[in-house]
Design a binder for this molecule. Sequence first.
Ligand SMILES: CC(C)(COP(=O)(O)OP(=O)(O)OC[C@H]1O[C@@H](n2cnc3c(N)ncnc32)[C@H](O)[C@@H]1OP(=O)(O)O)[C@@H](O)C(=O)NCCC(=O)NCCS
Length: 205
Amino acid sequence: MNPQFVYRTETEDDFDRVEFLTREAFWNVYQPGCEEHYILHVLRGAPAVIPELNLVCEAGGRIVGHIFYTRSRVLSDGGGCFPVITFGPISVHPDMQGRGIGSALIRKTLARAAEMVFTGVVITGNPAYYGRFGFRPASDFGIVYEDGSSFPALMALELTPGGLSGVKGRVSFDPAFTLIDPEELDRFDAQFPPKEKKKLPGQLR
Ligand SMILES: CC(C)(COP(=O)(O)OP(=O)(O)OC[C@H]1O[C@@H](n2cnc3c(N)ncnc32)[C@H](O)[C@@H]1OP(=O)(O)O)[C@@H](O)C(=O)NCCC(=O)NCCS
């Protein structure tokens, strides 16, 4: 672990800098511009957020990494409701990527989540990256997406042995992740330094 990196729990004083970092990390990566900084902003103080798991990484007093956790649920056809947790967005500043900061944020918070007696994590992301932390296709556990679909980017991890056994059904993430008003997003984004939105190969939309 690089000693120049300091990992600590996020505080309210960090919120603006974290949103700035998140915008820098996600800009033009998955779509022209990005919405992840706005999602963080909307979720501040929401009951779904798990502040104890939200970590920042500082280097030389600058916030260069961040991970954000929310409570989510798996809803079974029979009416059962199983609490799980979800991380994302996770951001490392483009200048600092590839130095192990993202991995450290994930490993530290998964260990902390297990100590807090959470039993399972469900996320969406790149299986090539998250597989190295033990994530498996959510379908292995019988967990499908909100609309009932199943795809490799939907992944799950047990934090305790058998932590997801019997947890089957549709995952339900906080609505703030999908119910994004484009005009509100544009108004929010206008508070940040101007950046050009670009349509690039590899973006998801
Ligand atoms: C994804 C992210 C958080 C990883 O942080 P990081 O500090 O760069 O990651 P680490 O240094 O711990 O790990 C680097 C490794 O992850 C791989 N990796 C990084 N991002 C990846 C991605 N989106 N998909 C697949 N692999 C990825 C790198 O290729 C590298 O692989 P290697 O170890 O085989 O060389 C960071 O790249 C980032 O902020 N990206 C933009 C925002 C984003 O995509 N967030 C995740 C959304 S699911």
